[in-house]
Design a protein around this ligand. Structure first.
Ligand code: FES
Length: 91
């Protein structure tokens, strides 16, 4: 997690990812789609997290930016209400 991150959304997003491809996960919550880095983190202490997957299939990616298992959802989005979207992460 990044201490400067903001909650992009309080639900994960299911998306199909391709085996072996390198992705840059957005940890700051400021990117356009809330999933992949578009360099909107500039000026924060956040950096994208590069990752790959072993299997091509749908994954639930974290959009609250508070997962214990980034980039994947760990259920921590349940700590956030709709009113927390766009605000700093709590932990
Ligand atoms: S835009 Fe969020 S980490 Fe780069």
């Amino acid at each position: 997690m990044c201490k400067d991150a903001i909650v992009f959304f309080n639900k994960p997003q299911g998306i199909e990812l391709e085996a072996g491809k390198t992705y840059r996960f957005c940890t700051c919550g400021r990117s356009e789609d809330g999933l992949f880095c578009d360099d909107s983190h500039e000026g924060t202490s956040c950096e994208p997290k590069e990752f790959t997957v072993d299997k091509t299939k749908a994954y639930q990616l974290c959009r609250c930016k508070s997962s214990d298992n980034l980039p994947f959802c760990s259920g921590n989005h349940s700590y956030y209400a709709d009113s927390d979207v766009g605000k700093k992460i709590k932990f």
